[in-house]
Design a binder for this molecule. Structure first.
Ligand SMILES: Cc1ncc(C[n+]2csc(CCOP(=O)(O)OP(=O)(O)O)c2C)c(N)n1
Length: 834
């Protein structure tokens, strides 16, 4: 996407610290270049230019005596500042609303936060967050004088720089001089151009996408799905604050856990930019709402949203005044405005907004008006939907021309000099483009998917064993206390729900940065009691209720994971995951792919689901579709059927997330949560003891390994199933055994990656496979199982019993569409009769 017209976002970058994590709009070329230059040593004195009362405690004051003067020094190095040009918004330009709609401090303070339910508000109110850790002291205001360290590969690019003696660094003088283009700018341009040609040298995606991202610049790559990065930004803001308060950033979770320490400074703010049309997207409204909701409860979320408003979403106009109206009225989010064509004014507004967020640790939005030059994308013939007058008006508001005009008006350069400079840089960029054209591309499937989902099963197994050793050793006393004096291995046989509860407790004990959150998980302990007692044991900072929005729950997990935490969010029912699924697919699962493994989203999403709840709900509490998850590359899907498997598989998921950064969906069959019996009332065969920690290593269940039950001779038939199907199949197999038909029942346990080796071995053992699939016939798990058999060259008989392609109806009618024991025995007999 072109950045032309959006160059005002350079001012935003200059107003931030290069270590503030940034999730950028796709028109952020200027931001990216400035940040690269900052990181290489070029200084823009943001802390120095705060308006009175906004200086961070340890920030310096403005040596030039006025924000405007400092802003001009910092930004252009030579531009005369006009404080009167401070932020204006589009509506004001258009003659609508008055300029600068930012609410005053007094107004903001009037909506003082109510105490947080978990008591954190009081703590945060007492303590000035910015004073909790030192703010990097601001350097004196100087112009673009720092000599940045040349980056590898920087060519001998030159530019003409204008400077004043008192502001510019050594070697500059009044008027223009020629000197090398700052290498970091050239390298930033090279990064972007490499993305465009899918070069493997591109610094973040390595040829997998053209996106802005670089780990050393704290630029987190975003996807092409507009607004999908906003929920993550909110989660990052929450995590930055939470980690600061937990004071648990160092040492990392475990020295042996290969988890890097939290990557952001404790007083960092998160910046997140997007276009004007994107503010209408459900993901954006979810993020604004979540930031505001938490602010209302008193929790701090230091996020600066930045709306780059060019008035259009491809060809669709934002209605006049809508963006300002919508952004001004977001509860709990302070509004700032800027004119992106006025670099000095935009810089001042961005400095003010960033300082406000950093100081108050609260969310704000900077509404930056821009123009869009040269269409939406290269192939967009915008003359088809925009008038010649409108296009001319945008051209007249080109921020590059406006900046040149300022330089000329201030006597710092002539128009001819600036044109020369423009042309020179253009040629240099063209030269870099030619250099990167022939760089290597990804040439094999293995190369493409290398960073997708690393799996190191031996290390995961070791992590489980180590956790067991700690629980049995150093942490033993704390563990007994956490379990109220009676650890679960001494509590007798447990149900599936109890077993998950105990494993979560052990996880919380072992991982100081593990957090359990979701709707109703804390005070109530979950709809089915699975998280009961966890908040009491571990406190509200680690086990907390969220607002009712699945997109935001996953967004919190995304941000927390990126910040080094181990998030364990709960989506209350499988049916409600579907509305938020993009956060898993597009964001969580893709970040390793698009960052060559440099960034990761460790996460274990607990999802109660599947059908067979006796007497409860209808479709939405009995949703049985996992098709939408099965094709997400790299996603781990665990479905424990029995209590002993549930605990072991949860430990595996936590270890896999910690060691490999895996994104795991832990799908819990609600229908089995409280099941105690298998064959007869009171037999207690669906209960299981909890392994004492010393046995966790030997009881480890690796990702992608099935469990096999032999019934009777186990010679005639292989039943392949999972979840509720395991219990039904075991019951059916027992009836078949009475008829002399021996079955082996294979519990897949993992729907992704499928336990293909176990599957093939068990299928070959009998030559007859009955797939018992409680998900729907179309798109259900059975399709994958049969395809795996075919791919492996299995030539025996196969038959499938699956749910009807229907939503699950209420009450007894559900039996009409779901798989039953009767259908399983019938299917087996038919298969054997062939
Ligand atoms: C969720 C989603 N829907 C549709 C698109 C296709 N699309 C790409 S950019 C765009 C317009 C976005 O407009 P805006 O947010 O104003 O940003 P701008 O391009 O104007 O800077 C659309 C519809 C997309 N990328 N993501």
């Amino acid at each position: 996407m072109g950045s032309a017209g959006h160059e005002g976002n350079a001012a935003l970058a200059a107003a931030l610290r290069p270590t503030d994590p940034a999730l950028l709009h796709y028109r952020s070329g200027a931001f990216y270049c400035v940040r690269a230059a900052q990181a290489a040593g070029l200084r823009f004195d943001t802390e120095a230019q705060l308006p009175a009362g906004e200086a961070t405690p340890s920030g310096s004051t403005d040596p030039a005596g006025s924000p405007g003067a400092a802003a001009s020094a910092g930004l252009a190095g030579a531009v005369g500042a006009d404080p009167g040009d401070a932020a204006i918004d589009r509506a004001a330009v258009g003659g609508g609303a008055p300029p600068d709609g930012a609410t005053s401090d007094a107004e903001v303070d009037r909506v003082a936060p109510t105490p947080a339910p978990d008591g954190e508000a009081a703590a945060s109110a007492d303590k000035d967050p910015a004073s909790a850790s030192p703010v990097a002291s601001a350097p004196p205001a100087v112009a673009a004088s720092a000599a940045p360290a040349p980056l590898a590969g920087a060519g001998p690019v030159t530019e003409t720089v204008s400077g004043r003696d008192d502001e510019a660094g050594p070697g500059t003088r009044m008027g223009s001089v020629r000197r090398p283009v700052i290498p970091a700018y050239a390298e930033a341009a090279r990064d972007v151009l490499r993305g465009m040609v899918a070069s493997t040298q591109e610094p973040i995606a390595g040829g997998r996408h053209k996106i802005f991202g670089r780990v050393d610049l704290a630029v987190v790559p975003t996807t092409s799905t507009v607004a999908s990065h906003l929920p993550r930004a909110v989660g990052m803001g929450l995590a930055v604050e939470r980690l600061r308060r937990l004071d648990a950033r160092r040492p990392p979770i475990r020295p042996d856990a290969a988890v890097p320490p939290a990557p952001w400074a404790p007083d960092a703010i998160v910046v997140c930019s997007f276009g004007d049309a994107s503010i209408n997207h459900a993901s954006a409204t979810a993020a604004f709402n979540t930031a505001g909701w938490y602010d209302h409860t008193g929790l701090r979320i230091p996020v600066l949203f930045v709306c780059e408003d060019n008035g259009l979403g491809v060809s669709v106009r934002s209605p006049q005044g809508w963006v300002a109206t919508a952004l001004r009225s977001k509860p709990g989010i302070r509004y700032f405005a800027a004119d992106g064509a006025d670099l000095v004014g935009a810089y001042q507004a961005a400095v003010e907004a960033a300082a406000w967020v950093r100081r108050h640790r609260r969310p704000a939005v900077l509404h930056m008006s821009t123009v869009r030059l040269m269409g939406h994308v290269g192939a967009d013939a915008e003359s088809a939907y925009r008038s010649a007058e409108e296009l001319a008006a945008d051209l007249a508001a080109d921020p590059v021309v406006a900046t040149a005009r300022r330089l000329v008006d201030a006597g710092l350069a002539s128009g001819a000099e600036l044109l020369d400079r423009y042309d020179e840089i253009g040629w240099q960029v063209r030269r870099i483009a030619e250099q990167v054209l022939d760089e290597p591309k990804l040439t094999s499937p293995a190369e493409v998917i290398a960073p997708l989902a690393p799996r190191r099963p031996a290390r995961v197994a070791r992590a489980v064993a180590d956790a067991g050793a700690r629980a049995a050793g150093a942490d033993a006393a704390a563990r007994v206390e956490a379990f109220g004096g009676k650890p679960p291995e001494l509590a007798g046989p447990l149900t599936l729900a109890q077993s998950i509860n105990a494993a979560l407790t052990d996880g919380l004990l072992d991982h100081p940065l593990l957090a359990v959150f979701g709707e109703d998980v804390a005070a109530k302990g979950g709809v089915y009691g699975v998280t009961k007692g966890l908040r009491e044991r571990f406190g509200p900072a680690r086990v907390f209720d969220t607002l009712l929005d699945e997109t935001s729950i996953l967004g919190l997990g995304l941000g927390a994971g990126l910040a080094g935490m181990l998030p364990v969010p709960e989506i209350q029912y499988l049916a409600y995951l579907h509305g938020a699924e993009d956060q898993l697919r597009g964001e969580a699962a893709s970040i390793g792919f698009f960052s060559q493994g440099a960034l990761r989203n460790p996460m274990v999403v607990r999802v109660p689901g599947l059908a067979y709840q006796e007497g409860f709900g209808g479709h939405f509490q009995n949703e049985n579709s996992v098709a939408v998850l099965r094709d997400v590359p790299g996603l781990v899907i665990a479905v424990p059927a029995r209590p002993d498997d549930a605990a072991a598989m949860l430990r595996t998921c936590l270890a896999s997330a910690t060691v490999d950064g895996s994104v795991c969906v832990f799908l819990e069959p609600i229908g089995l949560y409280h099941t105690r019996d298998l064959y007869h009332d009171g037999d207690g065969e669906w209960l299981a003891g909890y392994l004492e920690p010393g046995a966790w290593a030997s009881g480890h269940v690796p990702v992608g390994r099935a469990r096999v039950y032999g019934v009777g001779s186990a010679e005639e038939l292989t039943i392949v199933t999972f979840g509720n199907g395991v219990r039904m199949s075991l019951r059916a197999a027992s009836r078949l055994a009475a008829e002399g038909i021996g079955c082996r029942v294979v519990d897949l346990r993992w729907l992704a990656p499928l336990p293909v080796a176990d599957l093939i071995r068990e299928a070959a053992a009998t030559g007859r496979v009955l797939v018992v699939d409680e998900t729907r016939r179309s798109g259900g798990v059975g399709e994958g199982v049969i395809a795996a058999l075919a791919d492996a060259g299995y030539v025996g008989a196969v038959r499938r019993v699956a749910a009807v392609d229907s939503f699950v109806p209420l009450g007894p009618a559900a039996r009409q569409v779901l798989v039953s024991e009767e259908a399983i025995t019938q299917g087996a007999r038919t298969l054997l009769a062939r």
